[in-house]
Write a protein that binds this ligand. Structure first.
Ligand code: NAD
Length: 265
């Protein structure tokens, strides 16, 4: 058995940039057709579709705001219509709107929770409904697979980012509850918790002096790249991980190992 996904269809949210693009590429390389969701990045989404098609794969770009229930329903309907089915959902979209707790506006609290937590719930719900509706396609041991994009900040508190940390902490128990609820239907739901990955969401943190300070938090000594996350996503989507249910795979170069205790315990 290997990490192949031939014949399966994956929907990846926020796939016009960063981790989402990397995951979409990885799933396509493993043989999946890809529904490339984008919010505002139409051009990069269409370029990604052309790239996948140029390598002999199948892909389609579909715009949607994942925090809008009607838009999510339309995304899944259009995606399933274009590709014939949906077998894998990667709920990846996420944003940061950082501020000290005393300054944070309720609008920025809500925006982050709406996108990161409610948006990921709506995509999981739509995916589960789709898997149950289309029944067993006999392409995988599971009826369907959902992968939530969490963060090391589902466990590491993060001063100045209370909305983001709350959204990711919420994803952890949402994912485990959905996994418990759906496992009996052979729907596998898991999460990936990336550490510091070089994308635009943290462009200011990975370069220069800030980048040097960041490396002190990463025992493995390098910032991650999107392929590190894509590899975990392909494995979680494949039958290689068929007995993995309700687990968060941490992909962080050891960031969650409390490196501050190495010389100070
Ligand atoms: P990114 O900013 O490149 O990607 C976020 C994507 O989400 C973008 O494509 C954006 O258009 C999309 N998006 C934003 N609002 C949306 C909405 N309402 N509807 C649909 N899509 C929307 O950053 P990234 O680093 O690739 O982040 C991807 C995910 O990984 C996020 O959930 C983020 O929290 C998580 N993550 C990233 C890191 C990191 O170090 N880069 C670490 C931990 C977790």
């Amino acid at each position: 058995m290997d990490c192949r996904l031939d014949g399966q269809v994956a929907l990846v949210t926020g796939a016009s940039s960063g981790i989402g693009t990397g995951v979409a590429r990885g799933l396509a390389a493993a043989g999946a057709a890809v529904i490339v969701n984008y919010h505002s990045g139409r051009e990069p989404a269409e370029a990604l579709v052309a790239e996948i098609e140029g390598q002999g794969g199948r892909a389609v770009a579909v715009q949607a705001d994942v925090s809008d229930p009607d838009a999510v329903a339309a995304l899944f309907a259009r995606g399933a219509e274009a590709m014939g089915a949906i077998d894998i959902v990667v709920a990846n979209s996420g944003i940061q709107k950082d501020a000290p707790a005393t300054e944070l506006t309720v609008e920025d609290w809500r925006k982050v929770i709406d996108t990161n937590l409610t948006g990921q719930f709506l995509c999981a719900q739509a995916g589960i409904r789709q898997f149950l509706k289309q029944r067993d396609r006999k392409l995988s041991r599971a009826l369907g697979k959902i992968i939530h994009m969490s963060s090391v900040h589902e466990v590491i508190p993060w001063a100045g980012h209370v909305n983001y940390a709350a959204s990711k902490g919420g994803i952890a128990l949402m994912m485990r509850t959905l996994a418990q609820e759906m496992a009996g239907q052979r729907i596998r739901i898991n999460a990936i918790a990336p550490g510091a990955i070089a994308t635009r969401i943290n462009a200011e943190n990975v370069a220069g002096e800030a980048g040097k300070r960041l490396l002190e938090l990463i025992p493995y000594g390098r910032v991650g790249d999107v392929e590190d996350i894509a590899n975990a996503a392909v494995w979680l989507a494949s039958d290689m991980s068929d007995y993995v249910v309700g687990t968060t795979i941490t992909v962080d170069g050891g960031m969650c190992l409390y490196p501050g205790f190495r010389d100070n315990g």
